[in-house]
Ligand binder design. Sequence first.
Ligand code: ADP
Ligand code: MG
Length: 142
Amino acid sequence: MVYETWKPEETYELGERLGREAAPGMIYCLEGDLGTGKTVFTQGFARGLGVEGPVNSPTFTILQQYEDGRLPLYHFDVYRIGDVEEMEEIGYEDCFYGQGVCLVEWPSLVREILPEEALWIYIEKDLEKGFDYRKITVEERR
Ligand code: ADP
Ligand code: MG
């Protein structure tokens, strides 16, 4: 499925819609260069799940956990990860194989531990269509 957004609010809304539809155990892998809108999408997603508080990029902590939504949300940003062993130290397995929902920014950096079944979301710019344009591809892998 391919979506196009022309401003941050639209990316937020797409995230919100997917957040409303999320089911326990689902894993969302979010691909996109720095500044494409992964965090904007995640903020909408969290809102759609019913998370009330502010959602920021957990770049310096790798994992940020939200328990006040309809389902627990585990937000990983593995941009600064050195080794996948750090994921084990964090206890990712309880998140990936639990009853919550996981969202992983920079998933390719931890590819070897990702389950085969996941939703992959690619956010891309296309400057020919404008600075705020984003193409968002949602792909279910199983
Ligand atoms: P990332 O987490 O991928 O590094 P962020 O979500 O932190 O990126 O930042 C995306 C930036 O791009 C924000 O400043 C946002 O306002 C801007 N932006 C402009 N157009 C869009 C769009 N269509 N969708 C999402 N973000 C957009
Ligand atoms: Mg981010």
